[in-house]
Every structure is written in C-alpha cells, then in structure tokens.
Write a protein that binds this ligand. Structure first.
Ligand code: SOE
Length: 373
C-alpha cells in the first residue's frame, strides 16, 4: 500500500493536534496506511514556518488552491476557521482528494449539505475526536450491551471559562461571519455528536442562547470595545428518538471550569458518568444486585486495542488528549481500505449540523423545533 501524501490547511491549535496525529499514527497503528507530512498551508508565514519546523512538514504553501491542485497530494485536511470549510472541502473533493475536516462541519446547514454532497465519492471524515476517548468507548459498550437498561435521561455539559477574559486576543471564534456561531458550533457540536453516537438521533428540542457581553473590551485598542454577535452560552432540552430525555449546556462563561466536556447517562439498570478532564476514568453504577453495593464506582478505562496487544501502553498507563486524534486518524485510514468507511463521516457531521441549526432556530424563535433526523 502506498503512503498517502497529506496537505494540512491551518496551523493553529488544531493544526498542532493533527500534525502530531500524522507524526504518530504509524508508530501505534503499524497496519494502517502510512502517511507523509507533505505540505502545510496557511497565510501567516511566521506561524506556518514554526508549525512546519516543529512537526517536520516537508513543504509550506500560502495558497490553499495551489495545494488542492497538486497531483502529489492525496488527502486534504482542513483545520481552518469554520467559514472556510465549505469552499475548501468542495474544491478538494472535486479534485478527487480524500477530505478530512474539523468540527463543526460548516458555518451553517446549507453549507454542510453542499459539502456532504460534494464528498460523496471520496473518503471523508470529521474530527469529532472525543468519540475516541477509551472511557467513552466503554460507556458506549455498556449501553450497547444493555448494561444500563432502558435509557431515561442523558445530561451533557461542555464548560469553559475563557469568555469573560478581556485580555484574550480577539479571534475568529468571536464572530458569526467566521465561526457561524459561538459555543453552539464550537462546544455544543461535540456534545451533540457524542450524544447521538451513544443514544441515536435527537428528534426535537427547545433551546436558549445568551450573549453575556454584547461588547467586549478590545485588547488591541485599550479603552475601546468591539461588538459581539455570537452566543456565549446555550442551554438545550431535547427528546431522542429512543424516548430518552436529554439536556445540553455549553458555555465559555463557566468560571472555574477549563475544559469540562462531560455526560451522565441514567438507565433502568445503571448509569455512567464521564468527564474529559479525568478522561481515563468512567463512573459506573449498577442498579441491580446487593443494594449495599449499588453506589457509583470509578473504573479505569481499558487500553484501546486487542486484549494483550494494546495500541498504546499497557493497562493503567493513562492516555491524553493527543491520543484521541491519533485514534481518530487510525480509524479513518483503516476505513479507506475497508468495505465501510470510518465514522464520523460528513454525513454524521451533517446530522450534527441539523441539530445545531434546530438549536439556533429554537433559541431565536423561542419554540420547540424538530431536527428532521
Ligand atoms: C474551544 O476552546 C476548543 O478549542 C474547541 O474548539 C475544541 O474543539 C475543543 O476540543 C477544545 O476547546
């Protein structure tokens, strides 16, 4: 199998996470296709050169169209601001490249639909990396095995605290034009993807948005402010197709929480609870058996991979954020040569985008909305 030449577009936080995944995947997953860090693309020369040097990309390029036109590029990975995803993904698919894209898939539902149509004939993937936390996989296994019984309630929250910080430099995540939304796309997209992976489609929902600071201090111009047109916090109540009730909360204003991506699932036979900041553990309670032993207990997530031959380290040797990206990439690469592609594909990203659009419609219209899923 020939190695795939990768073009990475974007060099920020995700550019670094993806670069590490390309660098490491072959070490931990020797059976999937090899990848070559061919070219990284971006507009800020200094940032681009720094990333290319640190992660040993062979070449740099400032024009994404030139990257997509290259005959020697097999796979285009988009980790730019959201508003650029659709144009780049469609152009890459039209050029016959495999297309990987950061979440949320697009700035809005119309773009997500066009992108999904465009990639129909090429391998495609969305980086909902938290799916690949081993403790989350354990939760999924418990649900699939029926260990939790009938699922009654799903409670998810994604709490960050950087919103109020006036010294934080302005970035593309603070504008509807460049990000499509605030926390709805940035954080709630992760919650929704995880929830639908675990429980299936969300049928209908009711949501509220809040923008706490309509004007923000501009750190570049002391004494002046700039207008904010995105959601700082979102609250959602939802009904799943399977009859479960869900609640979702995503905010950048959760003082005291850095990156608490968490969920609790309550079923007739048991419950599970996960917090990303303690990502190697899953809390489990069994509602059956001796009543005195029914309390919540903390399990260490098993090492991913076949028993006795883990992909990473032996049991009890914790994993980190970076492994979620390495495992996601390994899935994608294995899927390229398998009858079924790895999930989440653009179809899955589109399903999430439908929910995000319903959240926005509900919050703005102040009524329940069906997602159409
Ligand atoms: C936002 O702060 C952010 O970087 C998200 O965009 C990522 O998806 C999440 O993993 C961490 O937080």
């Amino acid at each position: 199998m020939s190695a795939l030449n990768v073009a990475l577009i974007g060099y920020g936080f995700m550019g670094k996470a993806h670069s590490n995944a390309y660098a490491q995947v072959g070490h931990f997953f020797p059976d999937v296709r090899k990848v070559r860090r061919k070219v990284v693309c971006g507009r800020n020369r200094a940032g681009l050169e720094a990333l290319a040097k640190a992660w040993e990309w062979e070449e740099i390029e400032s024009d994404w169209r030139r990257v997509i036109e290259r005959k020697d590029v097999d796979l285009v990975d988009i980790c730019t601001p959201n508003y650029l995803h659709s144009e780049m993904a469609i152009a890459a698919a039209e050029a016959g490249k495999m297309v990987l894209c950061e979440k949320p898939l697009a700035n809005n539902l119309a773009e997500a639909r066009e992108m999904t149509e465009a990639v129909a004939s090429v391998p495609n993937f969305v980086w909902f990396n938290y799916r690949r936390v081993p403790a989350v996989e354990l939760a999924r296994r418990f649900i699939e095995e029926g260990r939790l019984g009938r699922i009654y309630q799903y409670r998810a929250q994604y709490l960050q605290q950087w919103g109020p910080d006036p010294s934080r430099p302005r970035n593309w995540k603070m504008s509807k034009r460049t990000a499509g939304s605030g926390v709805n796309g940035d954080l709630n997209s992760h919650l929704v993807d995880m929830a639908m992976m675990l429980l299936g489609p969300i049928r209908e929902l009711s949501a509220t948005f809040e923008t706490f600071l309509a004007k923000r201090p501009d750190p570049d111009n002391p004494g002046s402010t700039y207008p904010v047109d995105i959601d700082d916090a979102v609250l959602v109540q939802a009904r799943f197709d399977n009859g479960a009730l869900g609640s979702f909360e995503a905010t950048r204003f959760a003082t005291g929480f850095q990156n608490d991506n968490s969920f609790v699932v309550h079923g007739s036979r048991g419950m599970v609870e996960f917090h990303f900041e303690d990502m190697n553990r899953l809390v489990f309670a069994d509602a059956g058996g001796d009543p005195d032993l029914r309390g919540r207990r903390t399990l260490l997530a098993p090492s991913p991979g076949p028993p006795g031959a883990p992909h990473y380290w032996k049991p009890g040797h914790p994993l980190g954020y970076e492994h979620t990206f390495i495992s996601s990439l390994a899935d994608f690469l294995a899927g390229v040569d398998a009858p079924e592609p790895a999930k989440p594909t653009f179809e899955d990203g589109l399903a999430v985008q439908r929910v995000l659009a319903a959240v926005e419609a509900s919050a703005l219209g102040r009524h329940w909305v069906e997602t159409g899923l």
